[in-house]
Design a protein around this ligand. Structure first.
Ligand code: XIL
Length: 302
């Protein structure tokens, strides 16, 4: 096939992009999205600060724009994200434990109910583990006040809210085998053994010279898949340019395709100019929406 989405679909996968609602009015942005991709993730519009900046006052306008665009084009939507320490309004951190638990469960239930039936997979919990060798949980209002059990509680609440959505844990620096990914692995294994509802693990895959594509990327995806969950590459971007960047992109696609439970790949933006990285050229399209060598390598690998 001649587009990323169609080629991925021929392999039983999706190929998605992070989308910002405020770019959808740009003709080239929308046409590139619609031509090349068959899945979207709202880049910021479903985060807690965007949808519930004030307690119990929900604003879905920007996220709805993306979801209706995607639905109109038959694209899958990844919901991102329900419980995360970042882009979290200040009022959440000010709550005492019992109230925080109520607010967390209400947030999950309200947002998932609003989008019920429209979301392929939700990142229920994002980035709950620390970097480095400890394998410990990251400090957050949820971790600090509710303890380790908040993740399990979030997944149970999510399943009750929309039983049709796949429920994912999503993180970065977990792409290869290391202390952080081992800690996530042990959590997922424990959840599967105890029947805590988890369906997928997202590997953000933000790569650069300090954090290159790991040599054991495929093996790491496979060990998670072997626990009985789907795996997805959720926020792919790779610093660099030219043939080196292209080779890295191709290797990521090959790793996913080699793992039968790797159900799709999402790149974290469309043209380089809209990347969340303040400088650099980590995406598949240049600032004029020309296909880069990295694009050709991805298409060739699919
Ligand atoms: C980023 C967005 O791309 C930026 O626009 C925003 O300012 C900060 O968040 N991990 C995640 C994503 O899970 O939500 C982050 O997205 C990038 C890192």
């Amino acid at each position: 096939a001649s587009t990323l989405g169609a080629s991925a679909a021929a392999k039983g996968r999706y190929f998605g992009a992070a989308v910002a609602a405020n770019h959808l009015g740009e003709a080239q942005y929308a046409s590139t999205l619609d031509t090349e991709f068959n899945a979207v993730t709202p880049e910021n519009e479903m985060k807690w600060d965007a949808v519930e900046g004030t307690r119990n006052s929900f604003n879905y306008s920007s996220a709805d724009q993306i979801v209706s665009h995607a639905q109109g084009k038959g694209m899958k939507v990844r919901g991102h994200t329900l419980v995360w320490y970042s882009q979290l309004p200040g009022w959440v951190g000010g709550l005492a434990a019992a109230d925080l638990r109520t607010a967390m469960n209400n947030h999950i239930t309200q947002v998932m109910s609003h989008y019920k039936g429209k979301i392929y997979a939700w990142d229920v919990v994002n980035e709950a583990f620390q970097d480095g060798s400890s394998g410990a949980r990251r400090s957050s209002p949820f971790q600090d006040k509710l303890g380790n059990g908040y993740i399990e509680e979030a997944f149970r609440t999510a399943r009750a809210a929309d039983s049709g959505a796949k429920l994912c844990y999503n993180d970065y620096n977990t792409d290869g085998q290391n202390a952080k990914s081992n800690a996530v692995y042990n959590m997922v294994k424990d959840f599967k053994q105890r029947g805590v509802p988890i369906d997928c693990v997202g590997f953000q895959s933000h790569f650069n010279s300090n954090s290159p594509v790991p040599s054991d990327y495929q093996a790491n995806l496979q060990r998670f898949a072997d626990l009985g969950v789907d795996v997805q590459i959720t926020e792919l971007d790779i610093e660099g340019s030219g043939s080196a960047q292209a080779t890295n992109y191709g290797n990521v696609v090959k790793a996913c395709l080699a793992v039968s439970r790797c159900t799709g790949i999402t790149v974290w933006g469309i043209p380089d100019k809209y990347s969340w990285r303040s400088s650099g050229t980590p995406l598949l399209f240049d600032n004029n929406y020309n296909k880069k060598p990295a694009y050709d390598a991805v298409l060739a690998a699919l």
